[in-house]
Design a protein around this ligand. Structure first.
Ligand code: FAD
Length: 619
């Protein structure tokens, strides 16, 4: 055991042995678990929380996978050099050719594998453009897939442990899928068809609440995790919830397993040594809520607390610390250590505070963002990452990075504003809670928010002057395909620009947050964690947010966290199982299982054997 293990509390159970131990039950961890089980390994997933799914279960469920099979079937065929060019331009000096090639080569194969062999099915994102449409190699579509909706009843009793959708986004716990579903919700008071759709959805949801105490028609990231979990359970993968990993077992520089503290009903209670013959995959979701590392890596967070991530609070950087304890390293040179997104703080009825990520409404026509001086600072219709990057770049040293999203009455009733939902939802509760600020004039709104009133009045007047014609010469709202697809196609001539003129006026305070983190453990193209000399640490893999992002701290497109998370999970599983991946360099191919697996004396371990049905399936 490593030095850290020496101080561990006494282990109260006999050790158990598996082939692969996966730490964390988000998309990265579950992808590696399902693939490894399909390749014949005995897999155990351990999850710190009482629910499985992590941030992935709260996510939009979109994966950026250029050249994916769904695009190809629709006739969108790209040479690998085109997305490579885009990434070379986007990532600049942080472009890691080996890892990018592994991602671009195996991403489509990963999608193909899940579609053909598992319950994980996708819908296409063939109309979804990359974030930076003017960059060479950018696409206007065909590079994304999203989890297809899923009937949670297929999970049987396991549905009880599935993390529900993020309450701030999902009304009454009901996930709303991006695309047609969301459009119907936005138009429910405008079109009979949309009204019928929404009424049906809401009625079915309330029926599910009555019968099952949760929605059963899953969409987005909740559907992705449910589909992955179903595929895992079908292959006898166990998911132990309430089971945090405390330490890695490292012997002679090699990772042999981990010490897990478990309170899960289906496992021996207490501390238990889990020996993993083929390795450990770290997929514990990065460090969005680790103030110590945030203090080191987030320049805007001098105490580590000035960051408001929308990821679950249990993602506290355990995977990175575990990897470091075995010799892994985390870069501090990325342009951004987090996947920045503007968030607003929402106080719930029970007094807890949630972080609402502003992903959608910023591109709609008739909204702007301003700093405390009343000035705009960004094309608000751009990506969430670009929004916060611009806020950092234009905030004077010593000032807090903060902004206000501002609109008029017409806008808020039509599109909503952050946690404030559009009509017919009432504004009163959000006004009373202080989340939503209101003013009968722009100056009154400025006073309510503490924004410079003269500055704000001048900004709105200047914006309105051009907005009448659908123009935004200052920041170019509506200039890129990504801007326009998130705008309102029914609003012309520019789906992202309308004047702000029909008071009263409203604003919501937004702060620097994130959808997760980018800085993680350094790995090679086979997802093996590297030590300070750049050498792979035997038996240790990382994927998802525990792996330092293959995007090098940049955000070229939506889905660039889940796409690589599932792809490197797929790659790690192959390496651990000793199954060669076509096209991967020899140096990153796994060893054959026989011979290379660590010898573990069987008299000291209780071997967990797959049950009969899984033996039959493998036969
Ligand atoms: C609202 C929202 C929308 C998003 N939409 C998208 C999108 O559409 N596309 C996209 O690419 N990205 C999206 N993201 C980001 C994406 O969800 C995350 O980057 C991704 O889910 C991370 O996956 P993961 O498997 O690394 O970690 P997670 O899904 O966070 O899973 C990690 C798990 O590890 C567990 N864990 C932590 N410590 C331990 C321990 N010691 N022992 C055992 N378990 C532990 C955690 O409890 C957690 O359940 C979104 C994020 C948010 C918040």
């Amino acid at each position: 055991m490593n030095a850290a293990t020496a101080s561990a509390s006494p282990v109260s159970n006999a050790p158990i042995e598996v082939d692969l131990l996966v730490v964390g039950s988000g998309a990265g961890g579950l992808s590696s678990a399902v693939v490894a089980a399909e390749l014949g390994l005995k897999v155990l997933v351990v999850e710190k929380e009482s629910v499985y799914g992590g941030t992935s279960a709260w996510s939009g469920g979109w994966l950026w996978i250029p050249r994916n099979p769904l695009a190809v079937e629709a006739g969108i065929v790209e040479d690998i050099e085109v997305p490579r060019t885009y990434l070379r331009n986007e990532l600049g000096e942080h472009y890691d050719a080996d890892r990018v090639d592994a991602f671009l080569t195996h991403g489509p194969r990963m999608v193909d594998f899940f579609r053909k062999k598992t319950t994980v099915q996708f819908i296409d994102g063939n109309l979804i453009p990359d974030f930076h449409g003017k960059q060479p190699g950018a696409a206007t579509g065909g590079r994304s897939v999203c989890a297809a909706p899923f009937d949670a009843r297929e999970l049987g009793a396991h549905v009880k442990r599935l993390r529900p959708p993020l309450d701030l986004i999902a009304p009454w716990g009901m996930g709303i899928a991006s695309g047609a579903d969301l459009r119907h919700f936005m138009n429910s008071l405008r079109s009979w068809e949309s009204f019928r759709h929404v009424t049906r959805r809401v009625l079915v949801h309330f029926m599910d609440l009555l019968l099952h105490r949760r929605g059963m028609r899953l969409v987005n990231g909740n559907a992705l995790v449910a589909r992955l979990a179903k595929s895992a359970f079908d292959r006898d993968v166990r998911i132990w919830t309430d089971s945090p990993v405390r330490e890695l077992i490292v012997e002679n520089g090699k990772v042999h397993g981990a010490l897990v503290s478990t309170a899960f009903g289906g496992a021996p209670r207490g501390d238990i040594e889990v020996r993993a013959r083929c390795g450990v995959v770290l997929a514990a979701g990065g460090f969005p809520h680790d103030p110590k590392r945030a203090q080191r890596l987030f320049p805007h967070a001098p105490t580590g607390r000035e960051h408001w991530s929308a990821a679950p609070f249990s993602n506290t950087g355990d995977g990175l610390r575990l990897g470091e304890s075995a010799g892994g390293t985390v870069p501090d040179t990325l342009p951004a250590a987090g996947a920045w997104a503007p968030v607003s703080r929402v106080e719930r009825k029970d007094g807890s505070v949630g972080h609402f990520p502003h992903l959608i409404e910023r591109a709609k026509p008739g909204i702007i963002a301003v700093r405390r001086d009343g000035n705009r600072f960004v094309n608000e219709a751009g990506s969430y990452y670009d929004f916060i990057s611009a806020l950092f770049a234009t905030t004077h040293q010593g000032d807090a990075a903060e902004a206000w999203l501002l609109c008029d009455h017409r806008f808020i009733r039509r599109y909503g504003l952050g946690r404030v939902r559009p009509a017919p939802f009432p504004l009163g509760p959000m006004l009373r809670s202080g989340y939503l600020k209101r003013g009968d004039s722009i100056e009154a709104l400025a006073h309510a928010c503490g924004i410079d009133a003269a500055g704000l009045a001048a900004t709105v007047a200047q914006y309105n002057r051009y907005a009448q014609r659908g123009e935004d010469p200052a920041f170019g709202r509506g200039d890129t395909p990504y801007n326009r697809i998130n705008g309102d196609a029914g609003h012309q001539p520019n789906p992202c620009v309308a004047p702000i003129e029909s008071g009263p006026y409203y604003a919501v305070h937004v702060l620097p947050g994130s959808l997760g983190t980018f800085a993680g453990l350094r790995t090679d193209a086979a997802a093996r964690v590297l030590d300070a000399d750049g050498q792979p640490i035997d038996g240790l893999y990382a994927c998802g947010a525990d792996m330092s992002s293959v995007m090098g701290g940049r955000y070229p497109s939506g889905g660039i966290t889940l796409g690589p998370a599932m792809t490197f999970g797929y790659i790690a599983a192959h390496h651990a199982a000793g199954v060669a991946l076509e096209g991967a360099p020899a140096s990153t191919q796994g060893h054959a299982m026989t011979g290379s697996a660590p010898h573990i004396p069987h008299e000291t371990v209780a071997v967990w054997r797959p049950d009969e049905s899984s033996e039959r399936r493998r036969a």
